[in-house]
Design a protein around this ligand. Structure first.
Ligand code: BT5
Length: 254
């Protein structure tokens, strides 16, 4: 990939026509894969979303990517990687107007999801052995490639921007931004460089939502995303202000 201008991330890069899941492949081969390895696939036969959900990644118009990193960091810093990745995607998609983020991990264009992020952390003997950052990109999917049940919420860059998306260029840009912010993230606890991007492009801020945590739904106003990558909300029933982390939560309108 001539467009790749990174130093470390993507130095080892493997492109497969088809894999079960790039994340599963990376996790299964974690010991053998260097820090910074990128796995790409044109198709996944069993792509994964969060919390056991599926990620549709058909041949022709989607791109699945996993970035393997092996940092020496405190566990509390791990959830921030979702925001860092989302910010790098937003920067890589900057030339397409209207690209937004729905905290914590959805990239949205014209109210439809065009990309998603799934971060998986592997431990061995209580220590971190590696992190796999999975990104599913709906680059050039056509309407007919999108499962019918997803048509109201999923779309592709091509459908929404009405222009073909060059996947090599997109991956190259993403990895460049990612490497830059990730290098800073390892060196410093200042998360503003990427959290500010997620805040600026958020579709949630200052709006009301039903927030479901452990099967319990409460109406809340979203205030901000804090420096730890948490969503800060005010619950309507009690007026309580809370910072919530991304696990076990779902957010919906109406
Ligand atoms: C995500 O989960 O958004 C994470 C997606 C991560 C996919 C990448 S691809 C490379 C790597 N290898 C993998 O196996 N996975 C990662 P979540 O927030 O749970 O969203 C999943 C939900 O989005 C599903 O339940 C559907 O409703 C919807 N969905 C499924 N496929 C979609 C698609 N292609 N585009 C948009 N929405 C989709």
């Amino acid at each position: 990939n001539k467009q790749l201008q990174t130093n470390n991330i993507g130095k080892s890069l493997y492109l497969y026509p088809s894999l079960v899941s790039t994340n599963t492949y990376a996790k299964n081969n974690l010991d053998k894969l260097d820090n910074g390895t990128v796995i790409l696939a044109h198709e996944q036969t069993s792509g994964k979303g969060r919390l056991g959900r599926n990620w549709s990644s058909p041949m022709g118009g989607s791109l699945s990517m996993s970035v393997v990193i092996k940092p020496d960091i405190d566990f509390e810093k791990i959830p921030l990687l979702t925001q860092l990745t989302a910010a790098s995607l937003l920067k890589a998609l900057h030339s397409i107007s209207g690209v937004k983020v729905k905290w914590p991990n959805d990239i949205i264009l014209n109210q439809k999801k065009i990309a998603g992020i799934l971060i998986e952390t592997e431990f061995k003997n209580n220590s971190l052995s590696g992190i796999v950052i999975g990104i599913g990109l709906n680059t050039n999917l056509k309407k007919k490639d999108i499962p019918t049940e997803l048509l109201d919420k999923a779309s592709s860059i091509k459908i929404e921007s009405k222009a073909a998306c060059d996947p090599n260029e997109l991956v190259g840009k993403f990895l460049t931004y990612f490497e830059h912010d990730y290098t800073q993230y390892l060196l410093s606890d200042d998360t503003e460089p990427f959290i500010s991007m997620c805040r600026d492009k958020s579709i949630l801020l200052d709006k009301d939502f039903w927030i479901t945590i452990d099967d319990h739904s409460r109406k809340a106003t979203v205030n901000t995303i804090d420096a730890f990558g948490n969503l800060v909300v005010t619950f309507h029933d009690t007026g309580e202000i809370k910072a919530i982390s991304s696990s076990n939560i779902s957010i919906r309108g109406d």
